[in-house]
Design a protein around this ligand. Structure first.
Ligand code: NDP
Ligand code: MG
Length: 392
């Protein structure tokens, strides 16, 4: 039983730190080989001191000296910059690359890792949203496994075990509904950053928490599911399940439905992505039906939470449209977090970008990179030109 060398891209984030928890408790199975942060030098340093990885990479060049000096007494190579991540994920000793950085920044490192034949444990859903066709084709070509970390996709992945010859009829992806479930457009017009950051069931990074409040997270997950499981938009249903116990469901052609259940805890899907197809013992708190006598399910409100229907539209249109909505959404979420725009303006920005950015039916990787850049600039300008009454 060889120890697996794990590269954790985004080790200082919510998924990254929980991945290190899994590694800490299973040091006989896993070693943290490469850790990366965007700018959180303090946490990267303390993680590196504890885990002594081969590499510690900080994207923010201005923090390089600080990290290098703090780790000078340890046999760790300290590097800086986005390109250093792309160059290092290909290291021959790395077994699995766990992509836990946020947003479009995950795309190029993931592609580099796949081309080097590394298995991927994929948390960074934006990578598949932006360029799912290219990423999945490369994975096939290089015989690389992409194991989902996202809880819904992990649920489906777990339900698929033993079903190799049985086509999927439908995926049923559950959504908590977020903090604004059941609310009206009038209510949403006035919600604040603080309101939106209060997720009922999960503690996550800021970007995905806002995406969960707007249901964009579910939209991105629908697109992610298309690429992971090779299904069409009309085979993917979203159902709101506020308790977040049933993590998703899979329906077969005989009508039978399989589901995966558990308490909301990302450590389980993280660990399963690293141990699949094996399961290893955990001391995670167990789910009990008597603690949850009511598991409920309802239709999502697509008129109020427009981002989810915009994501379905983008998926059906294909080409670079999912890349456009992803970039527009990243700028919109950043604008909302900076208090530059209101909650509902996020959907307006996405819709405006879908209409105005040049559509490309069969994009190359360069087209995706350009679409991302172009959309970001357009969305930034759109925010700057908003009349002050739209700003909150
Ligand atoms: P966090 O914001 O908590 O962490 C993001 C990590 O990525 C941090 O290590 C951060 O570094 C780093 N990072 C941020 N921006 C960049 C960049 N431009 N380049 C390189 N590194 C960067 O996010 P989460 O852990 O919540 O989410 C990570 C990914 O996992 C997202 O794609 C999300 O959708 C997905 N996911 C998360 C879930 C969750 O429960 N949190 C559940 C399912 C999916 P620094 O700390 O220095 O800023
Ligand atoms: Mg999810």
């Amino acid at each position: 039983n060889q120890v697996k060398n794990i590269a954790i891209l985004g080790s200082t984030g919510s998924i990254g730190t929980q991945t290190l928890d899994v590694i800490r408790w299973n040091s006989n199975l896993f070693r943290a080989f490469l850790l990366t942060a965007h700018s959180n030098a303090d946490l990267l340093i303390s993680q590196a001191i504890e885990f002594v990885p081969e590499y510690a990479i900080i994207c923010d060049q201005s923090k390089y000296q600080e990290v290098k000096q703090a780790l000078a007494h340890l046999p760790i190579q300290v590097l800086a910059g986005h390109q250093a991540i792309i160059d290092t994920v290909t290291h021959p000793e790395i077994t699995v690359v766990l992509t836990a950085m946020v947003g479009f920044a995950g795309l190029e490192p993931t592609i580099a890792a796949i081309k080097a034949g590394k298995d991927i444990a994929l948390a960074n859903k934006e990578t598949l949203v932006v360029a799912g066709d290219i990423v999945t084709a490369l994975a096939k070509q290089h015989e690389v496994k992409i194991s989902p970390v996202d809880s819904e996709h992990s649920a489906i992945f777990q339900c698929l075990v033993g079903e190799d010859n049985n086509p999927i009829e439908k995926l049923i992806i559950t959504a908590s509904g977020g903090p604004f479930r059941g609310r009206s457009l009038d209510f949403l017009a006035n919600v604040t950053r603080e309101d939106a950051l209060k997720h009922p069931n999960w503690v996550m990074g800021a970007k995905i928490t806002i995406d969960s409040a707007s249901l964009m997270n579910k939209g991105l997950e629908v697109i992610e599911a298309k690429w992971l499981f090779d299904v069409e938009a009309d085979q993917i249903e979203v159902i709101v399940h506020p308790q977040s116990i049933v993590h998703s469901l899979l329906q077969f052609r005989d009508g039978s439905i399989k589901a995966q259940l558990g308490l909301p805890d990302m450590k389980l899907p993280i660990q399963y992505a690293l141990t699949y197809p094996e399961r290893i013992p955990t001391n995670f708190k167990r789910f009990s039906f008597t603690d949850y006598p009511n598991l409920t399910f309802e239709k999502p409100d697509l008129e109020t939470f427009r981002n989810l229907s915009l994501a379905y539209t983008a998926l059906k249109q294909g080409g670079n449209m999912p890349c456009i909505i992803n970039a527009a959404n990243e700028i919109a979420v950043a604008g909302f977090l900076d208090r530059k725009i209101g909650f509902l303006t996020m959907s307006s920005i996405i819709e405006e970008c879908m209409q105005k950015i040049n559509f490309i039916a069969n994009p190359t990787l360069t087209d995706y990179l350009n679409t991302d850049k172009e959309t970001r600039i357009f969305a930034q300008n759109y925010i700057q030109q908003l009349p002050s009454k739209a700003l909150q």
